[in-house]
Ligand binder design. Structure first.
Ligand code: AR6
Length: 176
């Protein structure tokens, strides 16, 4: 645990769907209608209420889907969190630099968390699964985005699914 700009920051190994925080971040896709990885687990464990609200958001505001790098909140349904903040990471590309979009997922999600009045928010390693972003690079981008953010959420938790991801994020955030 380290303190930066009055934010308590922790980097842990765990399952994002089990975090008892105000808001968890979902590594979603533009459709907001579910998928595999984190997204699959969030909808499976959170129940129908999340999908229903995602459908309503699609119909009302995001007919073309939620753009990459943006974030939007719904209920957390049956999960221990109060809200799920859905964000759409970029698919990794070796030929095009999409790191600003990945950084945007973190800053936009923190902005949404702040607007909700969330006092704690947990992030997974956005884009490092199905979207194939190299772990060390994703960890560096996450650390820069969170440290550089103007928005202060009192507690920020990075939740990594395996030891390799945990090690990469601990290095990038300078935590032990
Ligand atoms: N808790 C924490 N981390 C997890 C969990 C979990 N329950 N499950 C997987 N991870 P991914 P992406 C890790 O694929 O790359 C979906 O189909 C995983 O090991 O969930 O942003 C969406 O619908 C990896 O390190 O997200 C999109 O279409 C990281 O979380 C697409 O995948 C992210 O893996 C998004 O791909």
């Amino acid at each position: 645990m380290s303190s930066t700009h009055h934010t308590r920051l922790s980097v842990i190994r765990g399952d994002i769907t089990e975090q008892r925080v105000d808001a968890i971040v979902n590594a979603a896709n533009s459709s907001l209608l579910g998928g595999g990885g984190v997204d699959g687990a969030v909808h499976r464990k959170g129940g129908e209420a999340i999908l229903e609200e995602c459908r309503r958001l699609r119909a009302a505001h995001y007919g073309g889907g939620l753009p990459t790098g943006r974030a939007v909140a719904t209920t957390a349904g049956l999960l221990p969190a109060r809200w799920v903040i859905h964000t759409v990471g970029p698919v990794y590309s070796a030929s095009e630099d999409r790191s600003a979009l990945l950084a945007s997922c973190f800053t936009e999600s923190l902005g949404v968390a702040h607007e909700l009045g969330a006092e704690s928010v947990a992030f997974p390693a956005i884009s490092t699964g199905v979207f194939r972003w190299p772990m060390d690079d994703a960890a560096r981008i996450a650390a820069e985005a969170i440290h550089g953010s103007e928005v202060r959420v009192p507690e920020v938790r990075l939740v990594l699914f395996d030891d390799r991801a945990l090690a990469a994020f601990r290095r990038a955030f300078g935590t032990t």
